[in-house]
Design a protein around this ligand. Structure first.
Ligand SMILES: Nc1nc2c(c(=O)[nH]1)N[C@H]1C(S)=C(S)[C@@H](COP(=O)(O)OP(=O)(O)OC[C@H]3O[C@@H](n4cnc5c(=O)[nH]c(N)nc54)[C@H](O)[C@@H]3O)O[C@H]1N2
Ligand SMILES: Nc1nc2c(c(=O)[nH]1)N[C@H]1C(S)=C(S)[C@@H](COP(=O)(O)OP(=O)(O)OC[C@H]3O[C@@H](n4cnc5c(=O)[nH]c(N)nc54)[C@H](O)[C@@H]3O)O[C@H]1N2
Ligand code: SF4
Ligand SMILES: [Mo]
Length: 741
């Protein structure tokens, strides 16, 4: 090919849950343009600035391309064999002497966006055999997973708004216009919200900040942070008290209706109004409007999860949708049916074992395991506290808890006390600087991609695959190969393992277990594939639209998805009750005992009336949690890590726009730049999370120029929703004082 000819490549964006299709212009081996892929069946050309920044990530000189090993306190770049030899020398003796629980693993957000990390991270966790598994889920959505697990029987049976057919959309504690959605894969929410309103529909946003999403809505209602459970109890009470419950087709598929009615009865709007900061009349009106709408959906996310009562709030959102007849029906909340890896299509349709928590507990605080994980907030104490089962080695996989979890300073100090730490990560940052070995994965443009997680939460069913855009640099392994080598070391087979042979062996074992007598035929059908591609092909062909390894000609396989660069559309969401249920009763559990019991705690909780200022977080389009501040395209422009305060609070506290203030809580403080706006609820300040890039020993030069303040430095790592283990990151009382110029 001539050096001046441009070619086009397609890649699913790996940065957020919207999973947009990118179209890349390639010239002379370089990306020279990034735009939305118009023919993508799912995202239809939509893109945000982060997607464009994939070029800068690919080219970022700070992105690690070689393993780093710490020698005498300094990182040196080494070859891959040397890095694995170091791990082989140091990890197995710790496991041999102190047992499997002496190793912990943290898995962060990017792992959900990397095929290799998601599929093979599980293999490593299994080989490690530790109970000390911590992920970003307990800083995020574990309350929703638990409430859905209890109601429908599956940890990943999470219903999403059918936005294209709804007449009313209520959004609570989510800002999808900035975040591009979460537990709801829906590119271009702005366009879809506008279309909803253009066809006569309405949108209501409930949030302590008048967000970018609220700006699009017909109505915005301020809510007192942490008050969601009370608002929702009030709405549910109205539905019962005013006889607006209509279960329609679901009537024979629900259990616990009377118990739910009794549980919410003590909470009419007049009782809960002060606690959520919303007038009783407005709560009543909201419940009536939702019940009266022909087709309505209710979306609640991170603001309503990262609370003391996150699981109760998550439960009540779904319960209200069910009571109002907006569940498992067009335009309401519906269950996706993903083409591959869909947890909510596994097992016998209609009933199952349901979910359980607390099968083991954390050693120090006794926090129950949830979905096999312990709360991220417990990691530091598990490292610090001596005794049998003390964590002495840590493997981080795409996670930066020193910034993303509460009280990172304590965690950072704890990490220094480890005997050994490995980070599978692409940057030398606030967390990985504590590692002994850093193993960097490839650029996303050098990897293939299939979204394992997000089609399970998509507004429309689809299947898409991206081949690698560029060949990887010679000798640089893919992340699945890195994880398999770690798996081999952790299981005593040594760093010199034959990686492809190990992959074959583990895959064959999966198939033997899952396919039983058909295993040999399945393995034969997949004989041409290796690595993640073999896992995708296996999942697609055995999945709900699959060709069943030849038994269903015309069904999906990786080959058919590969042949469609814009993906394959599998249609709008369709009703799935009762087939989707996996509860022991085979019904939707409207009143799980664990949740009813937790209501007593809610009943007693009095939001502190003395707190005249509380802090919440926010997300911004040009930022992604803690790790994209090093890309110039996103970092440029006005400084974004500002503390937003209402004019009345600014006047009361003597804070001037553009000045700096000290923000304190839990005997710790940070300094942040002030921005004044009436988009804030009075008494609430908003600061984005994921900043604080002023730590020594990191290598993120662009990010360090404007480091910003670390919101999580203020928070209490021990404050969590006790049911889900999820950290409380919202509505924390703070003090603010002006700093001299
Ligand atoms: N106060 C407050 N705190 C929050 C939140 C909040 O709303 N408020 N949100 C929480 C939520 S929802 C989440 S999900 C967490 C996110 O927090 P984390 O799970 O810690 O994820 P990130 O902050 O995105 O950090 C990602 C890490 O992965 C690395 N990385 C990036 N790409 C790759 C890759 O391709 N391969 C590998 N191996 N590594 C990679 C980055 O270098 C970085 O170290 O933060 C949580 N923290
Ligand atoms: N651009 C960008 N996109 C992202 C990310 C990012 O960092 N940047 N992160 C990704 C990740 S990991 C996730 S999990 C998703 C999250 O996606 P979203 O859930 O949409 O997250 P946010 O945009 O933080 O919106 C949370 C909203 O909750 C409000 N809020 C705070 N406290 C409360 C409260 O107590 N009650 C109520 N009702 N509201 C409250 C905040 O003001 C904020 O508007 O975004 C993903 N997408
Ligand atoms: S919205 Fe999300 S998936 Fe789409 S381009 Fe932006 S970062 Fe990528
Ligand atoms: Mo998240």
């Amino acid at each position: 090919m001539s050096g001046t000819t441009a070619t086009v490549a397609y890649r699913i964006c790996p940065f957020c849950e919207a999973c947009c299709g990118l179209e890349l212009k390639i010239e002379e081996g370089r990306v020279t343009g990034v735009r939305g892929h118009d023919a993508d069946v799912f995202s239809a050309g939509y893109i945000c600035p982060k997607g464009v920044a994939i070029k800068e990530l690919h080219e970022d000189p700070d992105r690690l391309r070689q393993p780093l090993v710490k020698r005498d306190g300094r990182f040196v770049a080494v070859g891959w064999d040397e890095a694995f030899a170091e791990i082989e020398r140091r990890l197995p003796p710790i496991l041999a002497t102190h047992g499997r629980d002496a190793a912990a693993m943290t898995i962060g957000n990017p792992a959900a966006h990397k095929l290799s990390l998601l599929l093979y991270g599980a293999r490593l966790a299994k080989a490690l055999g530790t109970r000390n598994l911590f992920t970003a889920s307990t800083l995020d959505q574990m309350p929703k997973q638990l409430s859905c697990g209890l109601m429908y029987g599956g940890w990943l049976s999470i219903p999403v708004p059918d936005i294209e057919r709804a007449d009313l959309l209520i959004v609570l504690g989510a800002n999808p216009v900035a975040s591009n959605g979460s537990l709801w894969t829906v590119p271009d929410v702005r366009g879809k919200a506008k279309a909803l309103r253009a066809r006569g529909g309405r949108m209501v946003v409930i949030d302590p900040r008048r967000t970018e999403t609220a700006e699009l809505a017909d109505r915005h209602i301020f809510i007192r942070p942490g008050g969601d459970v009370f608002l929702l109890l009030g709405m549910a009470q109205v539905l019962f008290a005013e006889k607006r419950v209509r279960l329609d087709r679901l009537v024979e598929h629900v259990a616990g209706l009377a118990e739910l009615e009794a549980a919410v009865a003590p909470y009419p709007p007049e009782v809960v109004a002060a606690r959520c900061g919303i007038e009783a009349a407005a709560i009543r009106e909201l419940a009536r409007e939702f019940a009266a709408a022909p087709r309505a959906a209710f979306h609640a996310r991170i603001g309503s999860c990262t609370q003391d009562f996150g699981t109760l709030a998550s439960w009540l959102v779904d319960a209200i949708a069910i009571l109002a007849g907006h569940f498992d029906t067009e335009g309401g909340l519906m269950f996706p049916r993903s083409a591959a890896f869909a947890a909510n299509t596994l097992g016998k349709p209609g009933s199952g074992r349901g979910v359980a928590t607390g099968r083991h507990k954390s050693r120090v605080s006794g926090a129950p395991e949830v979905y096999g994980e312990l709360p991220m907030g417990c990691l530091a104490e598990e490292i610090e506290t001596a005794g049998t089962g003390q964590v002495r080695a840590l493997i981080t996989v795409g996670s930066n808890p020193v910034l993303s979890a509460p009280n990172g300073a304590r965690l950072a100090a704890a990490l220094e006390g480890l005997d050994f730490m490995i980070s599978v990560d692409i940057y030398l940052n606030e967390t990985t600087r504590h590692a002994d070995v850093i193993l960097p994965g490839r650029s996303p443009l050098e990897d293939s991609h299939y979204d394992v997680a997000f089609p399970q939460f998509s507004y429309r069913n689809h299947a898409r695959y991206s081949p690698p855009v560029f060949a990887a640099p010679a000798g640089q392994p893919a992340e699945w190969e890195i994880l398999l080598r770690l798996t081999a070391i952790a299981s005593g087979r040594g760093a010199g393992v034959d990686v492809p042979a190990l992959d074959d062996e583990l895959f064959a074992a999966d198939v033997q277990r899952q396919a039983g007598p058909l295993a040999d035929a399945v393995l034969a059908a997949l004989a041409e594939r290796r690595g993640p591609e073999r896992l995708i092909d296996y999942a697609l062909r055995g999945g709900p639209y699959g060709d069943k390894f030849g038994a269903k000609p015309g069904g999906l396989s990786l080959a058919s998805v590969e042949a469609a660069p814009g993906g394959i559309d599998l249609g709008p969401l369709a009703p799935r009750i009762p087939e989707v249920l996996r509860t022991p009763s085979g019904k939707i559990e409207l009143a799980p005992p664990m949740l009813l019991a937790d209501l007593d705690r809610a009943d007693l909780a009095q939001p502190d009336p003395a707190a005249d200022l509380v802090i919440v977080g926010r997300r911004q389009v040009r930022s992604n949690n803690s790790w994209m501040h090093n890309l110039p395209l996103l970092a440029k422009g006005p400084f974004r890590c500002t503390a937003l305060v209402h004019p009345s609070d600014a006047a009361r506290l003597g804070l001037a726009a553009g000045s700096r203030a000290r923000i304190s809580a839990n005997a710790r403080s940070i300094e942040a730049q002030i921005e004044i706006s009436d988009e804030m609820m009075p008494g609430v300040v908003s600061l984005p999370h994921g900043w604080g890039h002023d730590q020594p020993g990191t290598q993120m030069r662009v990010a360090a120029e404007r480091p910003g303040a670390n919101l999580n430095a203020l928070f209490d790592e021990n404050r969590r929703d006790p049911l889900s283990g999820n950290a409380v990151l919202s509505g924390i009382p703070v003090r603010m004082e002006a700093l001299p110029d």
